[in-house]
Design a protein around this ligand. Structure first.
Ligand code: PMP
Length: 407
């Protein structure tokens, strides 16, 4: 059974006691971004109040302290992912930038005309468009693996997708729309049998379970801090050292250089080679607090609590709402619930639910090809976090019922 003291946890998130339109806020848009515990907010304030000096540059005291705290944050991320070395942890702006970095840099080093990349029908635009941008200068083929009506990846099609031109598999760990948890261990094993590296988009997956990049033997794993109770504008690219060493820099500028002359520039070592310019060091320092926060609560406890909310809400909605269609019925799901009621437009329903205090997402969720797959333009999406309660789920189901009756 769930082991979280949710009532106490909620006190750490002052935003949750806000009202909207005179109604208590029920925040169910966690897959878009999670709220921040006070320790993270405080770390940002403390960082700018006491620790603000540019990192890796000054010999002066504050710069050294900021650098130490920033590098300690990197080690915490390394520890969190169980990466072999801190050289394998690159701080970026988010999942989107991490994938663009790999597309650009891995692309330059390893992709040539006629090569193929394996994606799936359930990818977020962040794992589609960067590869399409590459297509404007390399004749790449995107091999898209289909899914079935439950939202489960077709593993037969995946197995059959490899050929001598396949250079990379780039798949989501957990779908941000369907909640599907992909069988990443099997996905990686199959790819490696063909000597093909694997990138996992962990934007939703890193929340779902403890990720051990060494045990998985994954080549690249990417995620955003803001969905993991950390600040916006910060993300992580984990990459195996041997790949990162072989890849050219993504952006040029300060930090990433060894020595610059107008004739030739040498590059800094990992991870700095990929961190051009002033990084979001205050964000990284605050993110370390978010990691400590979730680690203290226990990732398994958080996942168990979220699963309870997912299953409870799914059951209540199914029992109580006529004309309900759930998108995503995979046997293993993250805490994401996409649905439609009859032919009511998700925006209309989302707007009315908002007026009742319920924050959830309506639209295509940056996954238009997936919407096409189901022949719809969008869904409503409720997504649960560690601070949500069963009472909120009950109120949510009652509100969906009430709103649906208005149409
Ligand atoms: N991939 C997935 C699966 C996501 O859910 C998201 C965020 N919705 C992204 C990528 C993009 O993340 P970000 O906007 O933080 O870069």
């Amino acid at each position: 059974m769930p082991m979280l003291d949710v009532k106490k946890i909620r006190e750490d998130f002052p935003l949750l006691s806000r009202e909207v339109y005179g109604k208590p806020l029920v925040y169910l848009d966690n897959a878009a971004t999670s709220q921040k515990p006070q320790c993270v907010v405080q770390a940002i304030a403390d960082g700018y109040t006491h620790l603000n000096a540019n990192v890796h540059r000054g010999v002066h005291r504050i710069s050294q302290e900021a650098t130490e705290a920033y590098e300690e944050a990197r080690r915490q991320v390394q520890h969190f992912l169980h990466a072999a070395s801190e050289r394998e942890i690159i701080f970026t702006r988010g999942t989107t930038e991490s994938i663009n970095l790999v597309a650009h840099s891995f692309g330059k080093a390893f992709l040539h005309d006629g090569d193929e990349i394996i994606l799936s029908e359930m990818e977020h635009h962040a794992n589609i468009v960067p590869w399409q941008l590459l297509q404007s200068y390399t004749d790449l083929k995107l091999h898209v693996i289909p899914i079935d009506d439950r939202g489960v990846l077709d593993m037969e099609a995946y197995r059959a997708a490899f050929n001598e031109k396949t250079r990379l598999v780039s798949l989501t760990h957990v779908s941000n729309v369907l909640g599907t948890v992909n069988p990443i261990r099997e996905i990686i094993d199959i790819a490696h049998r063909h000597e093909v590296p694997v990138l996992l988009d962990g934007a939703q997956g890193v929340l779902h379970c403890a990720v051990d990049v060494q045990a998985l033997d994954v080549d690249f794993y990417v995620f955003s801090a803001h969905k993991l109770y950390g600040p916006t504008g910060l993300g992580v690219l984990y990459g195996k050292e041997r790949w990162l060493e072989a890849m050219p820099p993504y952006q040029g500028g300060g930090e990433m250089i060894g020595h610059v002359t107008f004739a030739k520039t040498t590059f800094n070592e990992l991870p700095f080679k990929f961190e051009a310019g002033t990084p979001n060091y205050i964000g990284a320092i605050a993110f370390a607090k978010a990691l400590a926060y979730v680690s203290d609560l226990g990732l398994e406890n958080i996942a168990a609590h979220e699963q309870d909310l997912l299953q409870y809400t799914t059951r209540l909605l199914t029992e109580q709402v006529e004309g309900l269609r759930i998108f995503g019925n995979a046997p293993e799901k993250g805490a994401i619930l996409s649905f439609l009621v009859r032919d009511i437009h998700p925006y209309d329903m989302g707007m009315l639910l908002d007026k009742l205090g319920f924050a959830l997402r309506s639209g295509h969720h940056c996954a238009q090809p997936l919407m096409d797959r189901f022949n719809i333009t969008g869904t409503l999406r409720a997504s649960f976090a560690l601070y949500n309660t069963r009472e909120e789920c009950e109120a949510f189901v009652a509100a969906v019922k009430r709103v649906a009756q208005m149409f």
